[in-house]
Ligand binder design. Sequence first.
Ligand code: GLP
Length: 243
Amino acid sequence: MIIYRAKDYKDMSRKAANIISAQVIMKPNCTLGLATGSTPLGIYDQLTEWYKKGDLDFSAVHSVNLDEYRGLPKENDQSYYYFMHKNLFDRVNIRSENTNVPNGMEPDAEKECRRYEKLIADLGGIDLQLLGLGHNGHIGFNEPGEAFEKETHCVDLQERTIEANKRFFESADEVPRQAYTMGIKTIMQAKKILVAVSGEDKAEIVKKAFFGPVTPTVPASILQMHNDVTVVADEAALSLCCK
Ligand code: GLP
């Protein structure tokens, strides 16, 4: 695991975007695993800026997103489909048909999860997976539990996650209670993993996830077992470790 120390959020975003752009330059037809949340916003802004300058070409890139709320239609401005189009897909030249987000409106969870796993396999796997880090150590929507959930599955969101995500909704009642998410095995099969973390509120979980024991009670801790993980974190997120 390589840990890059960034000065602040902007620096973290630029460093992480650099790694993604290196991937796209080295393999123009790569498959990028993408994430939502506040953390990647600066990364997507930076990638857009470089695309506009003519330094990046996404025309042959495929993407697969980590997760999607169950029951939210694409048009809902809180769906991850909407988020990705607004913050990245509609701003660069990735082909819309090459982008993939789990279909939150498919009521048959098993069918949708199987479809998504097959789609990733048919793309030849994920070349670079971008991850944010939940306060409870979740990655995608893999919540802390007794075991690592393996493949794409339907999850019940934990109170802390609903609480953290309610800022995007009118009230906590409106936050969906379930989501479809890639599983830990799906994520761990990515050839490279890039974790972006920012802010003092993540310092505790950074310490646990990357320096503590590997345990399903901190899902991100499994990343210690992957042989190509790069963490880009700002000073605030690293404040409880690697002084
Ligand atoms: C959400 C997403 C995760 C994300 C996490 C952290 O629940 N499903 O993929 O990494 O929260 O979000 P943020 O970056 O806003 O702290």
